[in-house]
Design a protein. Structure first.
Length: 516
């Protein structure tokens, strides 16, 4: 068999930029009996459907603007385009702006096909009338592909359903089955329009103000188990961050409105590279250790490069997405970040039931799992539509005192911490481990100006040499368990939390699990 012509395919694309597959030099040999077909739903400047039939080791392709119809009376224009390599059959993703065919492309249907009769395929194509039998997930039965003339170089064909048992004028397959057969994704996004990119946009902080405040998860002992309703995300141990992107400028805020762009300039620069007019992305800034797990300590000490892990999209080009279900927000987020710059990644969804997801998180040394209701809107409060289960017991605590080091040097021996409660703070323990030498010195020096005469927390013990402090600094502490008198057992310092307010450091208690 002669090979299909992949010259035009290669000439139209820059494989360093588009995620589409480059053609292999040798197409794998296949038997005529199991030729494959695929239909891409391709949201380029105009949404269309690309029918691709395997011929001679390549995919002969037709762009069908309105897509196939099961009604034999409806004849759809199909414009023949360049042959695509066989590997293209499994391509799903976003072709970047400025590249040939830029926009989202889903694998809308796939399966095998044969000509009727099978040995006539080449002759039928030559003659300009193919009768094909499709065995797809959405397209079944016999279909005609008929060349309409030679005026336009013979590229115009018509695609229509043959009158057989599969024909069904009442079934609008394009409207009723919009999803990808690979991933189930439904929404697609065309290329970002130049007019939108060039238009004037508000300051990025204005976008953040419009969607403020962020949504928070409820701590639970047991995750909800219905995997058809819930998605399970890895819980990252870092700084919660919301990014406003507007006309190429970026604002990056913590939960309490602290400017994180100053602290993480590399992430702000990376976000500037996302091609969009306006967007607000919710996520977590974390640093990944060599074992692949994010560690708050690494972020705190700058020992690994920080990464922005995106998990939600609240605003896109003038549209407030918060009332849309999470499922749709996530699909648009995946499209937005499909070719994101280094330093910006999607937060991973663990494709497993709740208990298994938790095991995976434990094996990987992750902090926990957040279950999110796929149908839920984004609300600016703590909600049970997001439920977090922690594998590590950690708590944000207010620094209310310190003890000097036994070494006699100007450094701390321990931090004395408290949690917020009605009308003030309650002492919660003495944190003596987890510090580097440098942190011990820096904390002593940094906290000295806040020294006061007497304890600012209730229930504070008498401790020799203790310096009590105004409750201003917040730190994250890992510990074994709560004692009966409300102290942390074996607490260890993880880092300061400039993004947290002291009065919000309430003792985290799991909500009563739903009975199931
Ligand atoms: Mn196309």
């Amino acid at each position: 068999m002669a090979g299909g012509d992949l010259g035009a395919y290669g000439r139209k694309r820059r494989f360093g930029r588009t995620p589409e597959p480059a053609p292999l030099r040798e197409a794998p040999a296949r038997t005529a009996a199991e030729r494959r077909f695929v239909v891409h739903k391709h949201h380029a400047r105009r949404l269309h459907y690309d029918l691709r039939l395997e011929f001679d080791g390549a995919l002969a392709s037709w762009a069908v603007p309105k897509g196939p119809s099961y009604d034999p009376a409806v004849k759809r224009l199909a414009v023949q385009t360049e042959d695509h390599p066989l590997e293209y059959a499994s391509f799903e993703g976003r072709i970047p702006e400025g590249e040939y065919g830029g926009g989202d492309s889903l694998v809308w249907d796939r399966g095998s096909w044969s000509a009727v009769p099978p040995e006539e395929a080449d002759r039928q194509r030559e003659r300009g009338h193919l009768l094909v039998e499709l065995h797809g997930e959405k397209l079944h039965g016999r279909w005609h592909l008929v060349r309409t003339g030679r005026g336009d170089g013979g590229r115009s064909w018509l695609l229509f359903k043959a009158k057989d048992e599969a024909a069904d004028p009442a079934f609008d397959v394009v409207a009723e089955r919009p999803e990808s057969v690979l991933t189930g994704r439904r929404l697609t996004r065309g290329p970002e329009r130049r007019a939108v990119l060039r238009a004037s946009h508000p300051a990025p902080r204005r976008l953040l103000e419009r969607v403020w405040p962020p949504m928070l998860a409820t701590l639970v002992e047991r995750l909800p188990g219905d995997a058809s309703r819930w998605q399970y995300e890895l819980k990252l141990d870092g700084f919660r961050a919301l990014a406003g992107l507007s006309g190429g400028r970026v604002a990056l805020w913590s939960r309490n409105g602290l400017d994180l762009a100053e602290r993480f300039p590399g992430i702000a620069r990376a976000l500037e590279g996302v091609v969009v007019g306006e967007a607000v992305v919710d996520g977590e800034i974390a640093a990944i250790g060599r074992d692949g797990a994010p560690r708050f300590e690494l972020l705190q000490r700058g020992e690994a490069p920080p990464v922005f892990f995106a998990f939600d999209l609240l605003w896109l080009d003038g549209e407030d997405l918060r009332r849309r279900p999470l499922r749709e927000r996530r699909e648009l987020l995946e499209s937005l970040l499909a070719n994101a710059p280094e330093g910006v990644r999607l937060c991973e969804i663990v494709g497993a039931p709740a208990e298994r997801a938790l095991e995976i998180a434990r094996d990987e040394g992750q902090e926990g799992i957040v279950a999110k209701d796929r149908a839920s809107p984004y609300v600016g409060t703590r909600s049970t539509a997001w439920q977090k289960r922690k594998l590590v017991r950690s708590q944000e605590a207010v620094v209310v005192g310190m003890t000097p080091s036994a070494s006699g040097r100007a450094e701390i021996g321990a931090l004395l911490v408290a949690v917020a409660e009605e009308g003030g703070f309650r002492y919660a323990g003495k944190v003596g481990t987890g510090f580097s030498e440098q942190e011990r010195r820096a904390l002593w020096e940094g906290l000295l100006p806040a020294v006061v005469d007497s304890p600012t927390a209730r229930d504070a013990p008498r401790l020799r040499g203790a310096r009590w402090l105004l409750p201003a600094a917040v730190c994250e502490v890992r510990f074994a368990e709560w004692t009966r008198d409300g102290r942390m057992r074996h607490p260890s310092f993880l880092g300061l939390r400039p993004d947290e307010a002291p009065e919000e450091c309430v003792r985290e208690r799991p909500a009563a699990g739903e009975a199931r």
